[in-house]
Ligand binder design. Structure first.
Ligand code: HEM
Length: 162
């Protein structure tokens, strides 16, 4: 298979991963959290949220893995490791940062203590916990969307900040 074909295939996997992953984050942030906060009291809303997001966490782990692998494989095919040294490729830095944050949260923090911390906080102050969780999701969604916009623009020739 030619390098061009391999690159195209890796790009397909990469973008499908991004759609499933960031699309899920967008749904949780703009639809699910808002509606749970409005229609449930803090405690029952948080319990439902934990259950629903728990299912999404598995999907998120798998697609985070594929998105990262396909991303690094594209960098390898493009011989593009030195892009990390140029501020012009800020969108590559941002993509990698988003991937790192989610990888650390999904594979390390959540299984180790985030889940327990979340339950403890929810017992103590469910409204406040809901608010903080919603704020964190909004921040993560915003930087993820910036990374998507930057990556599509950057890899198709848009040269802001050159
Ligand atoms: C380990 C992390 C990642 C690496 C190493 C990586 C690497 C890459 C590379 C090398 C490209 C192709 C650039 C080019 O054609 O010049 C690319 C494209 C892209 N990446 Fe990533 N990426 C990573 C994570 C992410 C994440 C987390 C997102 C979403 C938030 C993302 C979204 C995209 C998008 C939308 C494209 C553009 C596809 C296109 O329009 O052709 N990437 N990535």
């Amino acid at each position: 298979m030619s390098v061009t074909d391999q690159l195209a295939l890796a790009r397909i996997i990469h973008v499908l991963g991004v759609v499933l992953w960031i699309g899920g984050v967008a749904f949780v942030t703009t639809v699910l959290l808002g509606s749970l906060r409005r229609h449930h009291d803090g405690k029952s809303g948080l319990e439902l949220f934990e259950r629903l997001e728990g299912r999404f966490a598995l999907q998120a782990r798998v697609v985070t893995l594929f998105t990262g692998l396909s991303g690094f494989y594209m960098l390898h095919l493009l011989n593009g490791w030195d892009r990390y040294q140029h501020p012009h490729f800020w969108w590559l830095h941002l993509m990698t940062l988003v991937w790192l944050i989610f990888t650390v949260v999904l594979f390390i923090l959540e299984p180790l203590f985030l889940h327990r911390w979340f339950l403890e906080q929810a017992q103590r102050d469910s409204e406040g916990t809901f608010r903080r969780v919603h704020r964190m999701h909004r921040i993560l969604l915003t930087i993820s969307l910036l990374a998507v916009a930057g990556a599509v623009g950057g890899s198709h020739g848009l040269s802001l900040f050159r």
